[in-house]
Design a protein around this ligand. Structure first.
Ligand code: PXG
Length: 464
């Protein structure tokens, strides 16, 4: 077989891709007919595809390339680490410098007494760790009945058996025998879609109190933990009403329920602080991290664990771990990524420059006839598409039909913006510059105009 390179014609690459590569969350047969877009290289916030198109990456890869593409320092560190020690395990009473250094750094950056790190290869793996860790914690404390984890519908925590069970995505639950036992879901704080006639504040309280109702119904003696994303990402960048998190915190404290903040998207500057928990004033016992930890340059995740939980777990043999726990190359790259985020003041850039600039541009989109609401915190934002703003109506077409049309128009205008149902979401690299934000907003508006025109032409501007 000839070498497969960037220089092959797109059609040939697509044919090989269709023949041999099974894509995640994809109907393979449909993609095979169409051909996957082939990305060949990237720099800063810009992707290049095999046709030479220059595409502004409004999604930072998959919510992860916080530093942007093409950072030489990360390549250098990876190469150096591969030469020095490409792999060693952390199982049998051994350790290595990258694992030590990164754990120490995460303990320094994480709020409160989140001082202990259990490594994983991804966010899904870290959340699987969390399920086993919180159940083991309570068992070690003589409370083995506390085994239920409460999570939320439309939350996303991964797609492995455990993390997919924690998530509240019905599409995931419907395949392969999920959820695993002792996972319970409550409603999400999505006021736009589900708030009815309530004010956002009333609705936020109501949804938080579903946690208390669930705990009372299940029995606090059976509930181990509550897990949630500070701001839902894959669920559509759902920013909860201001009343939501304080009430959740009160309920977890009162009923002695461990709180797990899934920071896989909200971590490492996305919301303008190191962690979304700081932005939203949440005090978790465990944080799940991945993605931005290495800016996606290496696959790595972790559970960052508080003193009390870590101390109890340390009292027993925790029969859990992955070959690549604390992988030295991934850990070294993550550490370098954190160094650059810090030295280049990227969090301040998000808070003071890119965040406010994007917020102004993003919220201005609400004057567009298709845009109901615009939400944005730091550099994660969403807009709700609607045929009728005042009533927050849904489209008569199946959910996601209009969102998909808009995503296609974004691609056609060289912008990556993702759709979740009929919400459009963005999460650009944190290093994005004001002039690049202007381009992002211009392309988004053009895509919205074209979507609107297509909906009008096809008589699809009707409410459900
Ligand atoms: N928690 C959260 C909050 C996530 O967003 C995971 C856990 C799982 O991480 P891994 O590394 O196992 O994928 C995620 C991942 C999307 C999309 O389309 C989002 C994610 C993954 C894939 C697609 O928005 N988030």
């Amino acid at each position: 077989m000839p070498a497969i390179t960037n220089h092959m014609p797109t059609a040939e690459l697509q044919a090989l891709d269709a023949a041999h590569h099974m894509h995640p969350f994809t109907t393979g047969a449909d993609l095979a007919k169409k051909g996957a877009r082939v990305i060949t290289r990237a720099k800063g916030v810009t992707l290049t595809d095999s046709e030479g198109n220059q595409i502004l990456d409004g999604m930072a890869g998959l919510w992860c390339v916080n530093l942007g593409y093409g950072r030489e320092e990360l390549a250098e560190v990876a190469a150096r680490q591969i030469r020095e020690l490409p792999f060693y395990n952390t199982f049998f009473q051994t350790t290595h410098v990258p694992a030590i250094a990164l754990a120490s750094k995460l303990a320094e950056l994480a709020p409160g007494d989140l001082n202990h790190v259990f490594y994983a290869g991804s966010g899904s793996e870290a959340n699987d760790t969390n399920i086993r860790m919180v159940r083991t914690y309570w068992a070690e404390k003589g409370k083995a009945t506390k085994s239920i984890l409460i999570a939320r519908w439309n939350g996303y925590h991964g797609s492995s058996m455990g993390s997919g069970s924690l998530g509240g995505m019905t599409g995931i639950h419907s395949q392969g025998g999920l959820p695993i036992p002792d996972i319970h879901h409550i409603g999400q704080p999505d006021w736009w879609a589900e708030g009815g006639d309530m004010t956002p504040e009333e609705f936020g309280l109501m949804r938080a109190r579903e946690l208390e109702t669930a705990i009372e119904h299940l029995g606090a003696n059976r509930v181990a933990a509550f897990i949630a994303e500070p701001i839902q990402g894959a669920g559509g960048v759902i920013v909860p009403p201001s009343t939501y998190w304080p009430e959740i915190q009160r309920i977890c404290d009162k009923h002695e329920i461990l709180l797990i903040a899934d920071e896989v998207i909200t971590g490492f500057g996305r919301t303008g602080n190191w962690f979304g928990s700081q932005t939203l004033d949440i005090r978790p016992h465990i944080m799940t991290v991945a993605k931005g930890l290495s800016s996606g340059y290496q696959p790595i995740g972790a559970s960052i664990v508080c003193d009390e939980v870590a101390e109890v777990i340390a009292g027993t043999e925790f029969n859990h771990g992955y070959t690549y726990c604390g992988h030295p190359v991934a850990a070294a790259v993550a550490l370098e990524n954190l160094r650059i985020l810090e030295e280049e003041n990227i969090l301040a850039h998000v808070r003071d420059v890119a965040g406010p600039h994007l917020k102004a541009k993003w919220e201005a989109l609400t004057d567009h006839p298709l845009v109901g609401e615009a939400r944005i915190v730091g550099l994660m934002g969403s807009i709700a598409l609607t045929p009728h703003k005042e009533s927050r109506a849904k489209f008569a077409s199946d959910s996601g039909t209009v969102g998909l049309m808009c995503r296609e128009r974004c691609f056609a205008n060289n912008l990556v913006m993702r759709h979740v149902g009929d919400r459009m979401v963005i999460s650009p690299p944190l290093v994005i510059r004001p002039e690049e934000i202007d381009t992002l907003a211009e392309r988004a508006r053009k895509a919205l105009d074209e979507t609107y025109a297509a909906l009008k032409a096809q008589d699809m501007l009707k409410a459900a």
